[in-house]
Design a protein around this ligand. Structure first.
Ligand code: ADP
Ligand code: MG
Length: 921
């Protein structure tokens, strides 16, 4: 949080001398000294002195001078009516915002109106519609178990705008981090001992005491039975709820948080942060914002906010129970075939409001009359939905029909009580309908009769007095009056009392008129008060039904999510996946003509590819850069995720196992855009996979090992592949530029090669994007370099170097010893693998270039750049044609370049230096 919090120094120092209003401002700032206090004055949220300067700077507001009897102060005001964008800017700048609102009616107090902080706005606890995206916004807390026997952590999360609150245990910090990646909180609270916990979310300091066992337990017991939770879970969720309460004004439990639940991440397909990122489920890797290039964007055809959030949750946590998955598929199948039904349902749902957030506003006593009408309008949709679903056959749809309770009484109550188009304000009348409340009706008729009496008065008095131009009027200051022009003053009756003198006329009242006036005013005021009371009663009654309304909201969201998946499913070439598990668990994962849903949507000429992965198999995928390796692997990952979320998939057919986890790792240099790609991180991620992957997992490795020298990288890639094959036995796909790795296919039954080809015409390369069996023969690195614009002399020189080193390698190869027995090595790895990343013990042997001489001849001896580098002398393996000193220097330069830590600009400069080196020869 920013440093500009607490009261402005000057004001705090001179508090006693200040005007009562500024004193109050200082006090509120003092009470919320970790937040930026916005102080309601009239139609503005005001700030003063250095805080005003900060606000003016961030919000681009003009700083004004405020003068009173005690001095002149800088002030900045945010207009209350369109505060949203300013609040957004302040949040973005890292501020926590405390809204100090007037809590007394200015017309009823003499002196200064009392103000209290009614809401604290933080990135994770925003509840105002104007500030909220329709997506879920979570604040999370992570707490370590500090008890004697303790181990592990707990992760709790809450969406304050909907009341969705849950907690889970994580055995390790790493597991906690992964869980957080799935939650994707907008804000994170760190428990007392959770220091040095590096995450990408804004973290917030929060009261340590709130996380103390007893305090947290007590807090939680106001929501649910704390007995259901472990001690560390209780501390996490209890502390988090305290924070949620604090942000909502801090008086007592949040009624609408009625569903505090605990869950086990293993109840769903687990996608860790790296998988969510690299599969681009919700975020495009190019940047953070949703930009039309994610899986979510492709499958999101929801028509209301409830469905949108539900669908997002389904993709974040796909199912792992075959029955549940197939139940969704059956519903999606039925809805995708019944076009009319589907469109009717979507049409109806599209007028549903965001019931979850409405209910939470109702419970927080923030809902106005319009909100209640929105609740009723949403309830009005339900009978049509259930009627439309009456012939549904899929059990999931039938069940959903049962879940959609009509709550007819609630709707009738709101519709009979609340005016159809009520005003925004709830204190100024016009919100309760006639006929709803006897007392209100009486008061209103008194008011009406009074006004009618006044309206008739003019005519009456004209007749009575004979003054033809006598007028009856009303103004703010003097109220009702009878106006008589000066020429008729002598005709005025005795009981007229003078009220006001004008230039050409006098204004009068009569005792009867004054009585009526009091009656009218009293009745109007009384009516407003009554309306406000009735409104609050109705709102409280709706709040009492919060549970049922939330259940209905969930049902509506589910229906919308199913309809969305069904709408996508009718698209060309989407199919219903089938599943196998248990007895038939030996069957392969099999996809025919699969497509990458996101890439294929943008590229109509997308080339479909099939996939077949038996249990325990490893597919090694080679091919030139840009040939489609990454896309192909991600397409398999996305199809698996989508299928288990309940969706149809972009393929001709898909027969799938139920997968427990999808791991994806992208090698450091492929991830350079992320900025933080170090080899260390790559390796620690690899470690996680080797630890956590099971025989039911899908592991997608993309160029892993790239962040280090070729020798080490290849060794690690090989050892990891062997381990995944020999020990883990899940399904693995490994896209690699280490051509040498392809030899593993000859040694292990489950390892096989796939490759992508490119066609070479003259010096140009065309990518076919078609996957074929067997290893790639060449990776066309130099052509790609040429296409990318590397200057011709460098390209030519590279060709020459390749030819030389190919000749050398071929000689080398001929001299190499036959492969050694593997059993002993494998045993050694087995014992080491669970503890540490696989050691590069056999690196020395596997680094040697193994390009087949015959292949070389056939392809013109093309090699990848790493192979060129590798062929250079490093002391251990003198090649046949010893390179010149300059060549050696060139190669050494290349070798020493830490790509992961080089900026594009540096890289360009280095490239130019290298080019110079070549040209100098
Ligand atoms: P690699 O990982 O082999 O370097 P990518 O998977 O990143 O290659 O693909 C490079 C580009 O090729 C993608 O951005 C995409 O535009 C295109 N591409 C990939 N696969 C296909 C395909 N099956 N059909 C058509 N275009 C494809
Ligand atoms: Mg790639």
């Amino acid at each position: 949080m920013s440093a500009v919090t607490g009261p402005p120094e000057e004001l705090a120092a001179r508090r006693a001398e200040l005007t009562p209003m500024l004193q109050q401002y200082v006090d509120r700032c003092q009470e919320h000294d970790d937040a930026l206090v916005l102080f309601r004055v009239g139609d503005f949220y005001k700030t003063f002195c250095e805080i005003a300067e900060e606000v003016a700077r961030i919000c681009e507001l003009t700083l004004i001078e405020r003068e009173d009897s005690t001095g002149t102060y800088a002030a900045a005001g945010i207009p209350v009516d369109n505060a949203a964008e300013y609040l957004d800017a302040l949040l973005d700048a890292g501020h926590r915002i405390a809204i100090a609102d007037q809590v007394e009616d200015p017309s009823e107090v003499t002196g200064i109106v009392d103000r209290a902080v009614t809401q604290v706005i933080t990135p994770g606890t925003v509840v105002d519609d104007e500030l909220l995206s329709p997506d879920s916004t979570y604040v999370a807390a992570v707490v370590d178990d500090e008890s004697a026997a303790g181990s592990g952590s707990a992760v709790a999360s809450i969406d304050v705008s909907t009341g969705d609150c849950r907690v889970t245990s994580a055995p390790t910090r790493e597991a906690a981090r992964e869980e957080l990646a799935r939650v994707a909180p907008a804000e994170l609270l760190l428990g007392p001992s959770v220091t040095s916990f590096e995450v990408d979310y804004p973290t917030t300091g929060w009261d340590e005491d709130a996380f103390a066992a007893e305090t947290a337990r007590e807090r939680l017991s106001a929501y649910t039975d704390p007995g259901r939770f472990t001690p560390v879970e209780t501390r996490a969720v209890g502390g988090l709820l305290a924070y949620a309460e604090y942000t909502q004004g801090g008086d007592g439990p949040l009624e609408y948080v009625s569903r505090v639940g605990r869950y086990d991440p293993a109840d769903h397909l687990q996608l860790d942060g790296a998988a969510l990122r690299s599969l681009e489920l919700f975020e495009n890797r190019g940047g953070g914002e949703r930009s039309g290039d994610t899986l979510f964007d492709v499958v999101n055809e929801t028509v209301c906010a409830l469905g949108r959030r539900r669908l997002e949750a389904w993709l974040r946590r796909p199912l792992v129970e075959r029955d549940a998955i197939e139940a969704r598929h059956q519903a999606v199948a039925e809805l995708s075939e019944a076009t009319l039904l589907r469109e009717e349902l979507r049409d109806r749902l599209s007028v549903a409001y965001d019931l979850e957030r409405l209910v939470s506003r109702v419970s927080r006593e923030r809902a106005n009359a319009r909100d209640l009408r929105s609740v009723a309008a949403t309830l009005a949709v339900v009978p049509d939905l259930t009627a439309a679903l009456s012939d549904a056959e899929a059990p999931r749809l039938q069940q959903l029909r049962e879940e959609l309770t009509e709550l007819g009484e609630m709707r009738a109550l709101i519709e009979s009580a609340i005016a159809e188009n009520p005003p925004q304000e709830i204190t100024e009348g016009g919100i309760i309908r006639d006929g709803f409340d006897n007392e209100l009706d009486e008061v209103r008729s008194t008011e009406r009769e009074g006004r009618e009496w006044v309206a008739e008065l003019e005519q009456q008095e004209r007749e009575r007095t004979g003054i033809e131009n006598l007028d009856v009027g009303h103004n703010q200051v003097h109220g009702y009056y009878i106006e008589v022009t000066n020429s008729h003053l002598d005709e005025v009756p005795d009981e007229y009392r003078r009220r006001q003198t004008l230039k050409n006329a006098e204004r009068f009242v009569t005792p009867a008129l004054r009585r009526r006036e009091d009656e009218i005013l009293g009745a109007a005021e009384r009516a407003d008060a009554l309306e406000y009371d009735r409104f609050r009663e109705v709102r409280a009654e709706v709040a009492d039904a919060a549970d049922r309304l939330q259940a209905l909201a969930t049902g509506l969201g589910r229906l919308d999510a199913l309809l969305s998946l069904a709408t996508v499913a009718v698209g060309p070439d989407w199919c219903r996946p089938t599943f196998h598990d248990g007895d038939d668990g030996d069957e392969p994962l099999q996809i025919e003509a699969g497509r990458h849903p996101v890439v294929a949507r943008a590229q109509p000429e997308f080339v479909p590819n099939g996939t077949e992965l038996a249990p325990g198999s490893v597919a090694l995928i080679t091919g030139p850069n840009m040939s489609g390796k990454s896309t192909y692997m991600r397409q398999v990952g996305l199809i698996v995720v989508l299928a288990q979320a309940g969706g149809f998939v972009p393929a001709e057919s898909a027969s799938l196992p139920v997968v427990d986890r999808v791991f994806t790792r992208v090698g450091a240099s492929d991830d350079i855009a992320g900025g933080q790609s170090t080899f260390m991180r790559e390796m620690s991620e690899l470690t996680d996979i080797l630890h956590d992957a099971t025989e039911d997992s899908l592991v997608l490795l993309d160029e892993v090992g790239r962040g280090t020298s070729t020798a080490d990288g290849l060794a690690i890639a090989r050892a990891a592949t062997e381990f995944l094959h020999d020990e883990v036995g899940g399904r693995t796909m490994f896209a690699t530029h280490y051509h040498d790795l392809t030899a593993l296919a000859d040694e292990r039954a489950g390892v096989f090669n796939l490759h992508f080809t490119a066609m070479r015409e003259g010096n140009d390369v065309t990518f076919l994007h078609r996957v074929d069996e067997g290893p790639s023969s060449s990776s066309y690195g130099i052509e790609v370099a040429r296409m990318a614009g590397v200057p011709e002399p460098v390209v030519e020189r590279s060709r020459a170097l390749v030819d030389e080193s190919a000749a050398g390698a071929a000689t080398d190869r001929a001299q190499a010893a036959p492969a050694e027995p593997r059993a002993a090595e494998s045993e050694a790895r087995r014992s080491a693998g669970r503890e540490t990343p696989p050691a590069s013990g056999d690196g020395g042997r596997t680094v040697e270039p193994q390009t087949d001489a015959a292949e070389m001849a056939q392809t013109g001896g093309q090699q990848t750049l790493p192979e060129i580098v590798n062929a250079a002398p490093d002391g251990s393996e003198p090649a046949d044609g010893e390179p010149t000193a300059a060549e050696a220097e060139l190669v050494e330069e290349l070798r020493s370049l830490d790509v992961a830590r080089t900026t594009p600009l540096e890289a360009l400069n280095r490239l130019q230096e290298l080019q110079q080196l070549v040209e100098d020869q």
